[in-house]
Design a protein around this ligand. Structure first.
Ligand SMILES: NC(=O)c1ccc[n+]([C@@H]2O[C@H](COP(=O)([O-])OP(=O)(O)OC[C@H]3O[C@@H](n4cnc5c(N)ncnc54)[C@H](O)[C@@H]3O)[C@@H](O)[C@H]2O)c1
Ligand SMILES: Nc1nc(=O)c(N)c(NC[C@H](O)[C@H](O)[C@H](O)COP(=O)(O)O)[nH]1
Length: 222
């Protein structure tokens, strides 16, 4: 059992989702509104701890009209339970689940940070030895009633999710810009596949201009 997973991201024409110096203002205003419409229409939104550390995102619906009930459940994939005490995803604006790995559970649950998070109502789910077991996490979220999940990066988590066959659909905003840089993260990093044959095949289902950007949507072929 797993939610229907939509990966949404913005990248430059050269596939970068952020520069090496952590600059990531990619989407135009219209695209950001599209992203927030999508946030409003899914049950949960998930990011990796790298994205929390880099951007301190809210992961709420705040660029379009919305009620607090429109906020999706926020999920952070955080094996070593490093989510900072001040991270905005741990505030009371929406339900939050931190997914950690079993090896780091013991040390975390006796920490002051864990106490503070619990008082804020943050929930926890532990799976996998040293890295979150993403399939187990998807199964847990489905059990929590989450039918649709928006994956919002970053590069490392995107690759693990697609490698494990957990992404159903991809929606990408391609900005008319090139930044280059061998150290700039791309839409999918991780360890990559060795051959084109091992790559994940996609089917283009829609393409349209939105302001200066291009929106591409794909189904992931299984
Ligand atoms: N342009 C966009 O649309 C967009 C969207 C999101 C993030 N970003 C950018 O992406 C960058 C972050 O990407 P990143 O790759 O450093 O971090 P990430 O957000 O992909 O998080 C990766 C981390 O998740 C943890 N993790 C736990 N279990 C895992 C598993 N099974 N598989 C993979 N990871 C697992 C690990 O600690 C890993 O380092 C940020 O700079 C952010 O600005 C851009
Ligand atoms: N669609 C999109 N276009 C971008 O140009 C960009 N940089 C992101 N990045 C997604 C990432 O998850 C960000 O961290 C959140 O978009 C932060 O914003 P919020 O406070 O949650 O609204 N996403």
């Amino acid at each position: 059992m797993k939610p229907y997973v939509i990966l949404n991201a913005a990248m430059t024409l050269d596939g970068k989702i952020v520069t090496a110096k952590n600059s990531s203002n990619i989407s135009g205003e219209e695209d950001l509104k599209r992203v927030h419409e999508l946030r409003k229409n899914v049950d949960a939104i998930m990011v990796g701890i790298g994205t929390v550390m880099a951007d301190d995102p809210r992961l709420t619906v705040h660029k379009i009209d919305a009620n607090p009930e429109d906020n999706p459940v926020r999920v952070v994939v955080d094996s070593k339970c490093r989510t900072p005490i001040a991270a905005r995803i741990t505030n009371k604006d929406a339900r939050t689940i931190i997914a950690g790995a079993n090896e780091y559970k013991h040390e975390f649950v006796v920490s002051d940070r864990y106490d503070v998070f619990q008082r804020r109502g943050v929930e926890f789910f532990f799976s996998g030895d040293r890295r979150v077991d993403l399939t187990a996490l998807m199964n847990h979220l489905a059990g929590e009633g989450i039918e649709t999940l928006m994956l919002e990066g970053g590069a490392t988590l995107n690759f693990s999710m697609i490698k494990e066959g957990l992404i159903d659909e991809i929606r990408v905003c391609v900005a008319p810009k090139v930044v280059g840089g061998v150290n700039a993260k791309t839409l999918f990093d991780g360890e990559g596949f060795d051959t084109m044959d091992e790559g994940v095949n996609l089917e283009l289902t829609d393409s349209y201009s939105l302001g200066k950007d291009l929106i591409l949507t794909y189904n992931v072929l299984k």
